[in-house]
Design a protein around this ligand. Sequence first.
Ligand SMILES: Cc1cc2nc3c(=O)[nH]c(=O)nc-3n(C[C@H](O)[C@H](O)[C@H](O)COP(=O)(O)O)c2cc1C
Length: 372
Amino acid sequence: MVAEPIVTDLPAGAPPVCLADFAERARAVLPEQVWDYVAGGSGGEVTLTANRRALDRVGVLPRVLRGVEVPDLTTPLLGRRYAMPVGVAPIAYQRLVHPDGELALAAAAGAAGVPYVASTLGSVPIEEVAASGAEVWFQLYWLRDRELVRDLLARVRGAGCRALVVTVDVPVLGRRFRDLRNAFRLPPGVTAANLPNGRHDLAHGGTPGVSPVPARSGADFAPALRWADLAWLREHIDLPLVVKGVLDPRDARDAVRAGADAVVVSNHGGRQFDGAPASVTMLPEVVEAVGDRCEVFLDSGVRSGTDVLRALALGATGVLVGRPLIWALAVGGRPGAETALDLLAGELRDALALAGCADAAAARELRTVPVG
Ligand SMILES: Cc1cc2nc3c(=O)[nH]c(=O)nc-3n(C[C@H](O)[C@H](O)[C@H](O)COP(=O)(O)O)c2cc1C
């Protein structure tokens, strides 16, 4: 298992027509353990499965005769205008699936005009990712060593990142049975490039039944965060602050109180607490709880323009998309990821038109009903 070139361009043959097409192709080209690492969830993958089921159950009532020809996808997110209400979710170790890793996906996001959220566990240093031309938001995993947090924040500022996304749903890493069974470890060329070298070896060892990847996180991440820590962060960085991994509306309210500019309603793509509800199930209550005091993003299971429309109709400001873009990166590098983002934009444009919405703001006025 090495991060060798898999396919550098979109393969010949029938072009992908939707994001799911990338998953099928990625599965064919990726080593099985890498596929499992990306595709898998925690525990019995109940939450992972619920994410899709719940999104499919959101019926949106289309409006008619609204005079809409070509909907305007552009949307303000955290004070800047983007090409659509979609961002690239933070995903660790992108060089696992393609040698260009973060650089390729960030460049694709830049070309598509959407924000790229760079993970603390990126396999390319944040400075290089930020130089890719994308609007980069940095995702912070809070580290035990507060000096390291300060250093990272200084680097994030220096690199010109536009927002700080602090992930709060990883007090410990979810038990991912697939990775445990595979004794999943990082190949030698893939490291956590934003963190000090000393612990790189931790994610590379491995014996059957044990995956060293959580050992790396356990060694570095601070497990017992409190709201006061968030307030400290708020004081130490003058960027929009996003709290990722909120499901309970009470936590969303606390996030606003602690100075958050946005929350991401997320169960980490079903990778953390297996037993949590689908993110989209909690979206309306979170929207209700925070009102217009902060922006609300949704992630976990978003796979199409229709899903984006569903999220908007339930009150979201925008969505983050994770795995589908990793599949696209795996099969086609930067052009693959650009194609995927382009497909998503096209689907969203059609979905808005079909629902009679001139723009994302109009989509937030739509009504939803359960389907099935
Ligand atoms: C392989 C993988 C790695 C991830 N790494 C991170 C990470 O480093 N930081 C983070 O906040 N979330 C991480 N996530 C969670 C995503 O940001 C996001 O919440 C989730 O993937 C969204 O669900 P989706 O993949 O169904 O779109 C990761 C998800 C996957 C699949």
